[in-house]
Design a protein around this ligand. Structure first.
Ligand SMILES: [Zn+2]
Length: 208
């Protein structure tokens, strides 16, 4: 996807400046203004407003004026025009913030869940692993006793953490049986070598 960054102007208010004369033709109540809000966008999704733009012209002599060309009185009247900052100009930012908050929350939820599950391994759990050589894989818990955890390691490795879940197929676990003490398992978790636990069994189990 191509990402476009840019600014756009949105017309937010139009009106007439009352009781003021045109600096050129001196007619009264002929000055019309249009206020634009400039906002940045990311592929046309508005991120946030960045400024205001005012266009003034006279309906009588058709002259167009810059804000700076006008008398202080007229400038003041223009400044007092209330322009709402419409929420949609922030829609991209709101979405981004919500998305980031969701991701962070999700990350901590998962971390929290793992820290609870690690204390009570049960048959069928799949532990995602990070090896010291930089590869990833997982292991299945086959049996748990009072002080040991019997596992089968996956026959395959992954290069990226998000690929680990794809390795979780029954045929990938064959003969790499590895036994750990419960203390070893906790140690692996504390050393960040066990990075995620997938509990398949929905049965509640209690450790004592
Ligand atoms: Zn005029």
């Amino acid at each position: 996807m191509m990402i476009l960054v840019g600014t756009r102007d949105s017309n937010v208010k139009n009106g007439t400046i009352l009781n003021e004369k045109c600096p050129k033709c001196n007619e009264e109540n002929t000055l019309h203004f249009s206020i634009y809000r400039r906002y940045t966008h990311l592929t046309l999704i508005p991120l946030f407003p960045v400024g205001k733009l005012v266009v003034i012209n006279c309906s009588h002599c058709k002259e167009t004026f810059d804000y700076e060309d006008l008398s202080e009185n007229i400038q003041l009247k223009l400044r007092n025009e209330k322009v709402d900052t419409t929420l949609w100009m922030f829609s991209g930012s709101i979405f981004l913030v919500a998305f980031i908050a969701f991701s962070i929350n999700n990350y901590f939820d998962k971390k929290d869940e793992t820290s609870i599950l690690i204390k009570n391994p049960i048959e069928g759990d799949v532990y995602n692993l990070k090896f010291s050589n930089g590869y990833y894989s997982n292991m299945r818990i086959d049996k748990v006793t009072k002080d040991s955890v019997y596992t089968t390691h996956n026959n395959f490795d992954a290069y990226m953490p998000y690929e680990i879940d794809d390795l979780d197929k029954p045929e990938n676990f064959s003969d790499q049986k590895v036994n750990y003490s419960r203390r070893d398992i906790l140690k692996l978790y504390q050393e960040d070598k066990i990075i995620k636990i997938i509990r398949k069994s929905k049965k509640l189990s209690f450790s004592n």
